[in-house]
Design a protein. Structure first.
Length: 325
């Protein structure tokens, strides 16, 4: 099996935080700008009807609770999987970030207390380390701002207040983000009184903390099902929906995990929802997370994750699609 691998990205020095530290004490400021719309150059997209392939199945994580999402550090070649914290409630917003290799071997953990739900996050290369851009300041379990966090093994970090973190879109109530390492952009999904919206920024906006207006900003189209993750590749957003399946007593079937692609220049659905049967034989197959990666050979891949395994012993399973049209 060909494992994903990365390509260089220049980075400057970033925040480093040890056990029990608070980002509020590190001097983060608010970056709030109004949304605007433009266009990005059209690119190829993943054909969601094509087969999926295994990266790995049923790998252990620290604490063994349900996987929420995952992200790749494409230079240092590590995978970070966000899971729920053992002993925490949904409203607490406590996450465990698991550092793994591309075979799915668990390496270390970092606890993030009060950060959010973990629907999506980004892992940006930072020299020999990794900076996580992730929701923070959880309210009811969902993050109300975005924070850069230097991954530090086997430590615990308390969330900053929203006022000490970053809020790129003025007036938004919730934030998550995901990186496109191929086209060097960051996608932000945020919540307003009118519903969910999507904004896309150059990756440099997050590197410099100078956000300005997004490249595109649009209302998320109505897509049925339980939201379980999203990612950006070029001019298309990918959206994952579905529920845990199968469970004891469920009838024989294919579950309800669907993938959808969205043209970010028009804000409309391009393909889908398309049923995926990736990992169809797994026990407790709950879709959790999307991410983009490009191999050293230049193959772009759309990765999709599942929380699998029994209660008290949940595992991580990750697959990918690689057909572009």
């Amino acid at each position: 099996m060909n494992h994903p691998s990365g390509f260089p990205l220049s980075r400057r020095g970033l925040i480093r935080a040890g056990a029990g530290a608070s980002l509020a004490a590190l001097g983060l400021g608010i970056g709030a700008q109004s949304a605007s719309a433009a266009t990005v150059p059209a690119t190829k997209r993943f054909d969601l009807a094509q087969p999926s392939y295994d990266l790995f199945r049923s790998k252990d994580t620290h604490g063994a609770r349900v996987q929420q999402s995952f992200a790749f550090d494409w230079v240092n070649k590590f995978l970070f999987v966000a899971t729920k914290r053992r002993g925490s409630t949904e409203a607490d917003g406590d996450l465990c970030i698991n550092k793994m290799d591309f075979d799915g071997n668990y390496l270390s953990y970092m606890h993030l207390d009060g950060f959010g739900h973990g629907v999506a996050f980004a892992a940006l290369p930072d020299g020999s380390g990794t900076e996580l851009w992730i929701e923070c300041a959880a309210d009811g379990g969902f993050g109300t701002a975005l924070a850069p966090v230097r991954y530090t093994a086997n430590t615990t970090l308390a969330s900053p207040a929203a006022s000490a973190a970053y809020r790129p879109i003025s007036g938004a109530a919730e934030y998550t983000c995901s990186v496109d390492p191929v086209y060097q952009r960051m996608i932000v999904r945020y919540h307003t009184s009118a519903g969910k919206r999507i904004a896309v920024y150059p990756l440099s906006a997050f590197q410099t903390r100078n956000f300005g207006a997004p490249l595109v900003d649009f209302k998320q189209p109505a897509i049925p099902g339980t939201a379980q993750g999203y990612a950006l590749y070029g001019s298309y957003m990918y959206y994952l929906t579905g529920d845990a399946y199968p469970e004891p007593g469920d009838p024989v079937g294919d579950g309800n995990t669907y993938l959808t692609s969205i043209d970010i220049n028009t804000g409309t659905v391009k393909q889908g929802p398309v049923l995926t049967k990736a990992g169809s034989t797994l026990h407790h197959r709950e879709p959790e997370g999307l991410a983009i990666y490009r191999t050293d050979a230049g193959e772009s891949r759309l990765f999709l994750g599942f929380a699998t395994g029994k209660v008290g012993d949940r595992r991580s399973s990750i697959f990918y699609k690689n057909a572009l049209v």
